[in-house]
Design a protein. Structure first.
Lengths: 252, 87
């Protein structure tokens, strides 16, 4: 494995918005061009800082959705929180050509790179899909065939972020399976899961223990705790379960 | 109001202070003696700052606040901090 240099203290840099795309009614992807490569790995995040005219600053963390292979461009996918200070601006006001202050990459703990192998179990709740999508895109970009399963919990099929791309990835990739659970509203004829993630569902979807799977779980705190506890209950090695709790940071 | 997240959320401000990959740093809790990666701890973010807590016993490992031109770092809950210089 490539030896990495110590990252050093983080500093703020200015990215320019080169594209935006609505993913669902509540989420938007923002593609940024950076002045220099940040050198991120799949699963890492950045802090975004907004400064008001009176000097008031607000910072929030957002996962990087794009794979390292696309740098110096990075994509953030942001969920709008109606009472938030930052996300309504990012999802509603930000335009192509605007500049955004960010620092990163942050977090070497919740990271997957193809050479870490698998089999890989990704468990996403809502917008917790974002860092896991960076892992799936990285896997595709490097032509990895690591056996991968994604268990993705959404409220309805309209709330599935990256739905079309995930459908395409399943068709074009080898050794990739995606299992959706739709917890509130299911389309007519839906035969998949329609409840919140629980230990029984994890037992059905997770890889056999003797394959020593590697698991990444990202979602709201209660979701992450349910999924992580469930995997440990089933006998998965705690050291091979990585979690990232997704949620509002700071006071709204 | 506090939002329970994990040490990954606190990594930005910690890595602004320390020149290391902070989510991989191992912290030994002064309360219960267990050792966890910062990325596996619990973090609470609120207006006053960020508190990183032991996932086992809830001891406040690190409190960090930022005021104009100054960081405030209270680390009395950490017995030992192990920092790998090779990420």
């Amino acid at each position: 494995m490539e030896r990495r240099t110590v990252p050093g203290r983080l500093t703020w840099q200015l990215g320019e918005v080169v594209a935006t795309q609505a993913e669902t009614a509540r989420t938007k992807s923002i593609r940024l061009s950076l002045p220099t490569r940040m050198g991120h790995r799949a699963g890492q995040h950045v802090d975004v800082r907004l400064t008001a005219q009176d000097g008031y600053q607000a910072e929030r963390s957002y996962s990087i959705a794009s794979p390292p292979e696309e740098e110096p461009r990075v994509t953030l996918t942001v969920e709008r929180l109606d009472d938030g200070e930052v996300s309504p601006y990012l999802t509603g006001e930000l335009r192509v050509g605007d500049k955004l202050e960010l620092r990163g990459p942050i977090g070497g703990y919740f990271v997957w790179e193809a050479q870490m192998g698998g089999p890989l179990l990704l468990v996403a709740g809502g917008s917790g899909i974002v860092p896991l999508m960076a892992m799936l895109r990285h896997r595709t970009a490097v032509g990895s065939t690591v056996a991968t399963r994604l268990l993705y919990s959404s409220r309805s099929s309209e709330d599935v972020i990256y739905r079309d791309e995930l459908d395409r990835l399943v068709k074009s990739s080898t050794m990739l399976e995606i299992v959706h659970t739709l917890t509130r509203v299911q389309p007519p004829g839906w035969t998949g899961y329609h409840r919140r993630i629980d230990t029984d569902m994890l037992r059905e979807v997770a890889w056999p223990l003797d394959q020593h799977p590697l698991a990444f779980i990202c979602g709201p705190t209660p979701f992450v705790e349910t999924a992580a506890t469930g995997l440990v209950t089933l006998g998965h090695e705690p050291a091979r379960i990585k979690t990232e709790r997704f949620g509002p940071t700071g006071e709204a | 109001m506090e939002n329970k997240l994990d040490g990954n959320a606190a990594a930005g401000i910690l890595q602004a202070i320390f020149p290391f990959e902070m989510t991989l740093v191992q912290a030994t809790c002064a309360g219960c003696g267990t050792t966890n990666a910062i990325g596996a701890t619990a973090a609470y973010m609120h207006g006053m700052g960020t508190i990183v807590r032991c996932p086992v016993c809830d001891t406040a490992l690190i409190r960090v606040a930022q005021t104009k031109g100054r960081y405030w770092l209270d680390m009395r809950g950490v017995r030992v901090l192990q920092i790998s210089t090779e990420a």
